[in-house]
Design a protein around this ligand. Sequence first.
Ligand code: C2E
Ligand code: CA
Ligand code: CA
Ligand code: CA
Length: 277
Amino acid sequence: YAKKHHQHLQIYHQQIDVNTVDRLQLVNDLKPAIEQDELVLFYQPKLNLKLNKVTHVEALVRWQHPIRGMIPPDSFIPIAEKMGQMNALTNWVINQALDQYLLWQQQGVELSIAINISAENLKDDQFCQHILQMIKDKKVPIEALTLEITEDAVVADPEHAIKQLTELKQHGLKLSIDDYGTGYSSLAQLKQLPVDELKIDKSFVQNLMSSEDDKIIVSSTLQLAHNLGLKVVAEGIEDEGSLKWLTQRGCEMGQGFYLSKPVDAEKLTQWLAQSKY
Ligand code: C2E
Ligand code: CA
Ligand code: CA
Ligand code: CA
């Protein structure tokens, strides 16, 4: 059922994706958009289920297009990946997130930020060095960042990915496997990855309360991850029941619309101030 559900999601994404002519136009617009700061980062809280406190946020990019309005990442990230724009985009995201981290510090808000990294980034040999340099230049503590990497990014070229990730990890960056369960990484590969946490894909979490299959998949994943010494983040929590169920089963972190949708930095600060977390 879970797999079917996921395929359904992919079809849905293709439908809302822009058509080919539009896509060509978007490609032309993306480079100046990055330079002219048309991109904006939204932040979604990651709740620490043991402490019942928001300790992390995930940065999710949007494009405020002057004509089309707000464009979701699924509509332009794949284009950026194909057209060699992904390093520029990720650099922009990291810079922006580091600045936001420092701003929150000044306001007395202690939040680590998770950044999404694409397979394209890992292909670039300079990528590691560049990230580490940016963090150093801005004088941000290395624990302030987590990198979320999809299973697919690792499966594409496991040896190279493991090498890059190991280097980042050695410098103290926290690493997370995103969309866990939707890719095809083997247990052998998973064991070799120097990661700290698994993010169970939202397709297994969204319908947790009504699906026995999803409950089985999520419990087994929690067990597997814990036995391998990994922490688990559940994304796509949409109701209180799922939040409680996951907390009772030792899931370390939770994220989803039930807590908050991704919002801009200012709204996130307001949300934090008034929420019980
Ligand atoms: P992701 O990394 O798996 O991020 C989670 C997505 O699920 C986000 O969509 C988020 O808004 C959505 N989500 C969170 N909670 C819930 C929930 O309870 N229910 C449902 N139905 N959805 C939920 P968003 O922001 O549209 O991002 C989509 C994808 O775009 C991300 O998936 C990520 O793969 C990619 N992306 C976003 N920002 C970046 C970025 O800066 N760099 C890279 N490389 N990829 C990015
Ligand atoms: Ca993510
Ligand atoms: Ca995910
Ligand atoms: Ca995803």
